[in-house]
Design a protein around this ligand. Sequence first.
Ligand SMILES: [Zn+2]
Length: 308
Amino acid sequence: MTSLKRLLLAMTMPIILIGCAVPAEDECAVPIAVQILGSGGPIAEGHRAGSSAVVWISGQAALLVDTGSGAFVRYGESGANFSDHRAILITHFHADHAADLPAILNSGGFAKRSSPLPIIGPSGDTLFPGTKAHLTALFDERDGAFRYLSGYLDGRFGLPKLESTEVDITIEGLQPVIQDQDLMVSAIAVHHGDLPALAYLIEMGSKSVIFAGDQSFLSEKFVEVFRNSKPDILIMHNVIPEGDGQPRGLHRGPGSIGEVAAAIKPRNLVLAHNMERALSHQAEGEAAIRKHYAGPLQVANDLDCFAL
Ligand SMILES: [Zn+2]
C-alpha cells in the first residue's frame, strides 16, 4: 500500500476498523498503527528481517524504530515516505537493529527532503560507540565508511541533517526525547548484556506503545516505571525459549516476558524479534507467558500492522 493510499484510508476509514478482526495490512489503515517491518534477527533464518518498525500516524510514517538487517526491503514494501519521518529511534547498535540505517538513509537521499531529521539512540560506553560516534563512523566526510553521505552530518549536498540526541544510559528512569503536542517519546535505559540499550514509550494523544527493545530480566527499572501503565501495545522480543541454555544477561525468556506483561498490563502484547529457537518451542513459550499474563497476545510477522 502506498503512503498516499494509506493517508486516504486513514482519513476516510477512521475508528470503525479499530478492534475489528481485519486482515493485517488493513490494520495500518487507521489513525495510529504500529507496523513491524522486521520480526526476526539476528540469525538469517527463513523470511524474517531484523528488528525494525514504523509508527504510522494519520497515514504518515512518523517514526522509524530500529533499522535492523533486512529492514531496507521491508521499508520499501511498507510504502513509508522518508520525507514523512519525524524521527528515527534506535534501541541499540547491534547489527540486527541498526545495520540497514545507511541503506535506508541512502534511499532517503533521493526523497529530496530538506527538513532536518532527528535521530535518537543510546550514549556509548567503553565497549560500544554511542549514537553520535556511530554516525561519525558511518558518515564523517574524511574518515566515515560512507563518507559520500556526509551531508547527513552537516546538511550539505542536498541531504537533510541528522539531528542526533544521545540518551544517557547512566541515568535511571524515563527521559523525554520528543515533546510535541501530538507526539511524546521517552526513553529508558535497559539491561542488554554489556551493551548500551534503550526502550521507548511513544504517546500519541490517548494512545501509547512501548517498545521494550532487547532487554534481560535485569531491567528492573523498566518494569518499575511502566507498572500498571496499560499501554495499547507492548512489544517484547521473543528471542529465547524457556529455560533452555538462555544467555540470561541478554534477553528475557517467555516466563519473564509474561511477568513483565502482567505488571505493565498492555491492551495487546505483541511478540517481535521472533527467533527460530524460540518459535520452535512456541507452545511451551506461550504457556510460560500464560502463567503470568492472560491478556491478548500476538506473534508478529514481517509487515504486520497493529492498530492502537
Ligand atoms: Zn537483537
